[in-house]
Design a protein around this ligand. Structure first.
Ligand code: F6P
Length: 365
């Protein structure tokens, strides 16, 4: 399809941040400005800023020297779903459909396309808006790696490195004090971070949402290790749950695009181990350390590829799509396919098999 240079391209980053967002913004803005002579309009704070009409035009200088920068120069928010837009006043929070304001601002700003960088929440919004006529290309980001239509999202690799290094550090202190240490990582309903970091960081047990655990299996495992290695490292995903239970919810907030915020399973697992086995147990919640800081080389490269390909996909008129990594190639997939379901860890995946074969327990028997 022939390239049709776009005049005014909107760019936004939505949902929770992750390392690599600035690498993507840079790889959209640089060719857009220098090769296509387009104007790049950054929408501030994701769809929240879109509804509220907040923008900042990006120059070549704005995107200079940001490939290694964490966060996002555009700001982001996980609270601005235009179809369920929260407004707070003295009487409380009301949620209304403000998608008409997005359409109005899109026209008023003279945009001829929008590149939306985000996770499943952002892609779902992008899909709805594209059905209403907005010309959108999505770019998948999230540390959770839970988007079905791409082999990997950028941000995940950086989070894995942080979590792996944390496990390395916890291992030396757990071993020195002969303790059980439980480390809780993020990931929502997917166990990719816990599984990847657990394997790379030599965890003894990995608890993930896709493989519900049994309390007795955990107690037996750490008890046996207390007689041998004399320490245990457990890497638990925030969405992990016992076979007869539900994930632990930290809070529910209707202002968020995804109202449920998980968290607390690490504390629960550590407390139960200490109660049942009397072994000295500690917990570390890694939290937002996984999202902050510089992107890894992998995420810089993937983010840069995604940004450039999204710009060219928009210039070819491939709207209603998301760029995606398939093998080594960046391709475009339909937004509706990208949001069809979450990408979870198959319990019979090679990595689960590999983990089990080196003696890692999943607490399931
Ligand atoms: O989706 C990314 C993520 O970091 C999840 O892993 C986590 O559950 C959530 O965002 C945390 O959200 P917040 O930044 O609002 O605490």
């Amino acid at each position: 399809m022939p390239l049709v240079p776009l005049q005014r391209i909107g760019v936004l980053t939505g949902g929770g941040d992750c390392p690599g967002l600035n690498a993507v913004i840079r790889s959209i803005a640089k060719p857009a400005i220098t090769t296509f002579n387009s104007r790049v309009i950054g929408v501030l704070d994701g769809f929240e800023g879109f509804v509220e009409g907040r923008t900042r035009e990006l120059s070549k200088l704005d995107v200079c020297g940001i490939i290694n920068l964490g966060g996002t120069i555009l700001g982001t928010s996980n609270k601005g779903d235009p179809f369920h837009f929260p407004r707070e006043d003295a009487s409380g929070v009301t949620v209304t459909d403000c998608s008409d304001l997005v359409l109005e601002n899109y026209r008023q700003w003279g945009l001829d396309s929008l590149i939306a960088i985000g996770g499943d929440g952002t892609m779902t919004i992008a899909h709805k808006l594209s059905r209403m006529g907005l010309r959108i290309v999505g770019i998948p980001k999230t540390i959770d790696n839970d988007l079905e239509a791409t082999d990997i999202t950028f941000g995940h690799d950086s989070a894995l490195s942080v979590a792996t290094e944390a496990l390395d550090r916890l291992q030396t202190t757990a071993s020195a004090h002969h303790r059980v240490i439980v480390m809780e990582v993020m990931g929502r309903y997917a166990g990719w971070i816990a599984l990847g970091a657990g394997v790379a960081g030599g965890a003894d047990m990995i608890l993930i949402p896709e493989i519900p655990f049994k309390w007795d299996a955990i107690f037996d495992f750490v008890w046996k290790r207390s007689k041998g290695a004399r320490f245990s490292i457990i890497c638990v995903a925030e969405g992990a749950k016992p076979s007869n239970g539900e994930p632990v919810v930290r809070e529910t907030d209707i202002k968020r695009t995804d109202p449920v915020r998980l968290g607390g399973i690490g504390e629960l697992v550590a407390g139960e181990i200490q109660r049942a086995t009397k072994l000295e147990t500690r917990v570390t919640v890694l939290g937002h350390l996984q999202r902050g800081g510089s992107p890894s080389a992998f995420d810089r490269i993937l983010g840069t590829k995604f940004g450039a390909h999204a710009l060219y996909a928009a210039s070819r008129g491939e709207f209603g799509t998301m760029v995606s990594l398939r093998g080594r190639d960046v391709v475009t997939v339909k937004l509706e396919d990208a949001i069809r379901r979450q990408r979870l860890v198959p319990s019979d995946s090679q990595l689960v098999f590999t983990a089990r074969s080196v003696g890692i327990s999943f607490g399931d028997g």
